[in-house]
Design a protein around this ligand. Structure first.
Ligand code: UD1
Ligand code: CA
Length: 417
């Protein structure tokens, strides 16, 4: 359906209100840049291609755009949204079809909504189809201006709106589908005579309507926050909450128990198996894999590169990073594992700490199947604990331990039989 549609994502802005050296669209939302969500949308829509208008610190967007095979087009001066779109014209010379305009700072939009917009655009055969929203507080947004027959005549920006126009509560979310040739024809006529002295993309609507071209729209259903643009870190925190909850919902519907969604944070790109239960105050960062029938938390922090196999219990005040822990293992209280590979049926006693950093490098620890690590053991990496070996409470293990061997003390030595 979207085969003959190209996406243009506007992402040239600096995002001054974020007060950051990082460009706004690169700020993370649930563990990945907000722009990645918009690029995902473009991918899900199966658009013919995606162009991203970049400007401020564009080198910081390069890698992400390459990952998505999105084509950057450069806007050196922020002259307004119409100017931004114009920068993409050259790259689209041989294309005829539709263009959907997306914003890099609107990561909460849903694919279904955009599908609905594109579908309406095609069915109505409109010059432009706007995604609008009815909001309680339209302040800051462009208002949709309709005539007595309800036909759209223009979009008027907040700063240029007359008093009665300011009362209009139907707003432009910014997402608009255009017929390409009509879009660039209109853009060529836009002048920056408005309060902000910018080339407004939204002026296309009046230009098109004045020519008698059809302008259509669909309104956002349900939660209008879906089209919320992120401008400040307050907006970002709010978006984070929404996105986080969406992900938790997906997990719960897939059979994962989340005891308290309010205090559970799971980053994008983590996988969890069915019937695993996540207890409150647990943070699962990106690239973490948890098997089936596990119990995680409360107060557990799983960091990137962690794999936990089926039926393993990771309890309270625990942190695991870049480590794998086998099935049916236990690490129930106050422990840290980093750069560790632990086998199946391992018991990591309360207070176990892996000393994986020697001041310069991260070192590896290996714990064999069935090993029993006594309470308060320090494993000074690099070190290997053999299968079914035992460390005594308080042991500081500095040398490899053979299979079945029992070591105790500081530094740990084999226990004489
Ligand atoms: C825009 C719309 C407004 C809509 C609102 C929804 C215009 C004129 N107005 O207003 O009707 O209600 O979005 O959020 O389009 N950008 C560039 N280059 C530029 C200018 C902007 O890439 O020269 C990018 C920005 O980085 C940003 C997006 O375009 O991601 C929107 O620009 P912004 O100036 O924030 O527009 P609004 O005033 O929010
Ligand atoms: Ca904005």
């Amino acid at each position: 359906m979207s085969k003959n549609c190209v996406g243009i994502i506007l992402a040239a802005g600096e995002g001054t209100r974020m007060k950051s050296v990082i460009p706004k669209v690169m700020h993370p939302l649930c563990g990945r840049p907000m722009l990645a969500y918009v690029l995902d949308l473009a991918k899900e829509l199966k658009l013919k291609s995606t162009l991203v208008v970049v400007g401020h610190k564009r080198e910081m967007l390069q890698e992400l755009l390459a990952e998505y095979k999105a084509k950057p087009v450069y806007q050196d001066k922020l002259l307004g949204t119409a100017d931004a779109i114009k920068r993409a014209e050259g790259a689209l010379r041989s294309f005829s079809g539709d263009i959907i305009v997306l914003y890099g700072d609107q990561p909460l939009l849903r694919e279904e909504t955009l599908q609905r917009l594109i579908q309406k655009h095609n069915e109505a055969d409109a010059a432009a189809t706007i995604l609008s929203a009815y909001v309680d507080n339209p302040c800051g947004y462009g208002r949709i201006i309709r005539d007595n027959f309800c036909s759209i005549k223009a979009i008027v920006e907040e700063k240029d709106a007359a008093r009665e126009q300011k009362n209009v509560n139907e707003i432009n979310t910014g997402i608009i589908c255009f017929k390409k040739h009509l879009l660039f024809k209109a853009i060529a006529k836009i002048k920056p005579n408005n309060a902000k002295k910018e080339y407004y993309l939204t002026d296309c609507i009046k230009l098109m309507a004045d020519e008698g071209l059809r302008i259509d729209s669909i309104a956002l259903k349900g939660d209008v926050k879906e089209a919320q643009g992120i401008n400040t870190r307050i907006d970002l925190a709010e978006a984070q909450k929404i996105m986080r909850y969406r992900m938790l919902e997906k997990f719960m519907l897939a059979g994962i128990g989340i005891v308290d969604p309010e205090t559970t944070h799971i980053d994008f790109g983590s996988a969890i198996g069915q019937d695993t239960i996540i207890y409150p105050f647990t943070v699962v960062e990106k690239d973490v894999k948890i098997g089936k029938f596990c119990q995680i938390g409360p107060f557990c922090h799983l960091r990137p590169g962690t794999v936990i196999e089926d039926k393993t219990v990771i309890g309270n005040y625990t942190e695991i990073t870049r480590s794998r822990i086998g099935g049916e293992s236990f690490m129930k209280h106050f422990s840290y594992l980093g750069d560790t590979v632990a086998g199946n049926k391992v018991n990591i006693g309360c207070g176990t700490v892996v000393a994986n950093f020697d001041g310069k490098n991260k070192q590896k620890t290996v714990i064999g199947d069935g090993a029993f690590i006594g309470c308060d053991t320090v494993l000074r990496a690099p070190v290997k604990i053999g299968k079914h070996a035992i460390t005594g409470a308080g042991a500081v293990v500095t040398k490899d331990v053979k299979a079945q061997e029992v070591v105790v003390g500081v530094p740990a030595r084999p226990l004489r039989k």
